[in-house]
Design a protein around this ligand. Structure first.
Ligand code: ADP
Ligand code: MG
Length: 576
């Protein structure tokens, strides 16, 4: 094979793959251009998730005829001239790649006019071929229409997710820009319906209320400073946490970034100050300003991640600032009952308990009166065939037991969780995924976007064994459910399902993974807690089940559930 240089049409298409991954990345590039052109009003229209149309109108500077002709060429940019400029970039774009890349994989039409010009210019490009340039009447500013994105690269097109998912990603992009530019107006039409309208606001706080659709009383302002970094923004009060991460926005030096470790630092602050529940997430809009030298500024336009060169310092800055703001914000009238509100309400009451723990719970209450003061050695022997002899409970957290070979120390929660997991998983697998018809159907109400997410994944729901009907008022009704879920826990099961659908990349064939997650959740919630006082019969039952579930030493989250000390080791330790 001989080496040859690729024709520019092909190399542009390859480059396009790097810049334009999905419709949302096109929207991002085009909005950045509009902002660079100092637009104050940006209007976005999309059809079919952006695959059939993306149109962006701005009232920015526009382009002269000469510039309009050049802007769709590769490495055409007005933003840097020399290499030093790279280190002082004020604008978003600078690679001069986006328009060329987009033009290579779509039918692009651009209409633009500067306020000095009398007439505007129209540029049309089909799949990166020779542009067609003409004169046209136009308003000041720029309109770009992208039709049939990826029509030249069907493989890329096939890789796109559903229209709803792509539309959601576009909305998220617009929310990013709206939050980082509250003084600008944004409007989004999706399939001719207005989907979002963010008129310019005086303050960031007003904008956050607009975008997150929450009241000012639910926001706490954050500010903090470390050696080389500064943080500002808002977080939700501990009473307004949600079952999804969708209301979390982080900007590093002005760019929207997805960073799990920062989200984790924020969450840690809530865990410490408010004891937030496992499946809930605070809302936040945070701006980190970091000395650019300490951030691996991604010159890659599509990347949403950053590398901090001092991650621990950033982590502690975030956590400290949020903690201190939360503590200032908490009022004396704070009550745990009002803690979890927000668009997804925590279902009331204790989690549903399994038959086993219900039984034991009752028994525990009965026996407690008689046996609490009795020392462990006098607990009744429940089953003399038990593979292990119970020694007793330590600090309401650990269970000690002995076998012929040595001594066991169990983490009671992890142990029970693991057993419940095995039990439910086997039930799910072996009973061939039994479905239970509900005598009275259960209705659950969720916010509109959650309902549309569930609707989008309705085939997965069916596959999991849920018979769901959707109604107009954002309610879904369940008439059949997998047998392993009892009626009372359906609300929290669905909240979990929603969280996974929102946060994970769920493919169409992912129902097994999802069921595993739901079962993990169910296993954890109903399990005895670290700190629960247990009766001997409960501990004995746990030990028996431990033997029958194959002595597995992991809880579903991967933590060990026991430590084993063989007599051999003990003998060595005691020099015997
Ligand atoms: P970059 O933004 O990296 O320079 P692009 O391919 O995104 O590269 O855009 C190329 C050039 O086209 C920009 O540098 C700018 O001069 C011009 N341009 C693009 N979009 C607009 C717009 N909406 N308004 C005015 N000028 C624009
Ligand atoms: Mg650009």
């Amino acid at each position: 094979m001989s080496i040859h240089i690729l024709p520019s049409q092909i190399s542009d298409q390859i480059a396009a793959g790097e810049v334009v991954e999905r419709p949302a990345s096109v929207v991002k590039e085009l909005i950045e251009n509009a902002l660079d052109a100092e637009a104050t009003h940006i209007e976005v229209r999309i059809e079919k998730g952006g695959t059939s149309l993306i149109e962006i109108r701005d009232d920015g500077s526009g382009m002269s005829r000469e510039d309009a002709t050049k802007c769709i060429l590769r490495h055409a940019t007005s933003k840097i001239q020399k290499i030093e400029d790279l280190f002082q970039i004020q604008s978003f774009g600078f690679r001069g790649e986006a328009l060329a890349a987009i033009a290579a994989v779509s039918r692009l039409e651009l209409i633009t006019k500067t306020n000095q010009a009398k007439t505007g210019t129209r540029v049309q490009v089909i799949g990166g071929k020779k542009p067609d340039i003409s004169e046209t009447a136009a308003n000041d500013g720029t309109i770009i229409r992208i039709k049939d994105l990826f029509f030249t690269t069907p493989a890329r097109r096939a890789y796109l997710r559903t229209e709803e998912t792509e539309s959601r990603a576009i909305l998220r992009e617009i929310q990013h820009f709206a939050l980082s530019h509250h003084e600008k107006s944004f409007i989004l039409f999706q399939d001719e319906k207005q989907k979002a309208h963010f008129p310019s606001t005086k303050t960031l706080q007003d904008r956050i209320q607009q975008v997150l659709k929450i009241g000012s009383e639910t926001l706490v302002s954050i500010s903090g400073r470390a050696n080389n970094a500064r943080i500002s923004g808002f977080v939700s009060t501990s009473g307004h946490c949600l079952a999804s991460r969708r209301s979390q926005f982080l900007f590093v030096n002005g760019r929207a970034i997805e960073d799990r470790s920062i989200a984790f630092a924020v969450r840690e602050a809530y865990v410490q100050s408010a004891g937030i529940e496992k499946h809930l997430h605070p809302a936040f809009v945070l701006f980190l300003e970091i000395d650019p030298i300490l951030v691996d500024v991604n010159v890659h336009p599509r990347k949403l991640e950053v590398k901090f060169s001092e991650p621990a310092e950033i982590f502690s800055l975030v956590k400290k600032s949020v903690t201190s703001s939360l503590s200032k914000a908490s009022t004396p009238s704070y009550s745990p009952q009002t803690m979890y509100t927000g668009s997804i309400q925590k279902s009331s009451g204790r989690p549903a308990v399994s038959e086993f723990s219900k039984f034991n719970f009752q028994e525990r209450n009965q026996t407690r009166q008689h046996t609490v003061p009795t020392p462990p050695s006098s607990f009744p022997e429940i089953d003399s065939d038990a593979p292990m002899k119970l020694i007793g409970q330590i600090a309401n957290r650990y269970i000690a037991a002995e076998s012929d070979d040595g001594m066991y120390l169990f983490d009671q929660h992890a142990l029970h969780e693991r057993q419940r997991f095995e039990q439910f998983w086997n039930e799910w697998k072996t009973s061939k995924q039994k479905i239970q018809k509900l005598l009275t159907p259960v209705s659950l109400k969720f916010p509109e976007e959650v309902i549309s997410l569930l609707y989008e994944h309705r085939s997965i729901l069916t596959h999991l064994g849920f018979a769901v009907t959707f109604s107009q008022d954002d309610t879904l009704t369940l008439s059949e459910v997998p047998q392993i879920f009892v009626k009372e826990e359906l609300k929290s099961v669905f909240e979990n399902l929603i969280t996974y659908l929102q946060n994970e990349q769920i493919g169409e064939s992912a129902s097994d993974i999802l069921m595993r997650k739901l079962i993990e959740y169910k296993s954890c919630r109903g399990a005895v807690k670290f700190g629960d006082k247990l009766h001997a019969s409960e501990m004995q039952k746990l030990l028996e089940d431990f033997a029958t579930t194959g002595w597995r030493n992991l809880c579903p989250h991967g933590r060990p559930n026991h430590i084993f000390l063989p007599f051999q080791t003990l003998n060595q330790e005691f020099h015997r």
